[in-house]
Design a protein. Structure first.
Length: 95
């Protein structure tokens, strides 16, 4: 299994709740996703990111398919690219 984690800093004025809603909209739509979690930061410290996405997929092939999924690209990535300041990601193997 592979865990894909992305943290986002959103542009000023972009709703964190709307961002979380857009990310959660992939659940049940992108077939590669086995498990998904979305969280909104509550601490809001200087080093905090605003929203986190954690997705579990079967393997690297499924991760690539997820990255190229039409809904992920046309809806989620489009929204995130237009509304984020920055993002960081980690992909790692899960036993």
């Amino acid at each position: 299994m592979v865990r894909h984690v992305v943290m986002f800093k959103m542009k000023e004025g972009v709703s964190k709740q709307e961002t979380a809603r857009v990310l959660k909209s992939m659940d049940g739509v992108c077939p590669q996703i086995r498990e998904m979690e979305v969280g909104i930061d509550f601490l809001q410290s200087e080093r905090s990111y605003d929203v986190i996405l954690s997705v579990l997929v079967d393997d690297e092939v499924a991760l690539e398919a997820y990255q190229n999924d039409l809904y992920h690209c046309n809806v989620v990535k489009k929204f995130m690219h237009a509304n984020r300041v920055s993002s960081v990601a980690v992909d790692y193997y899960v036993d």
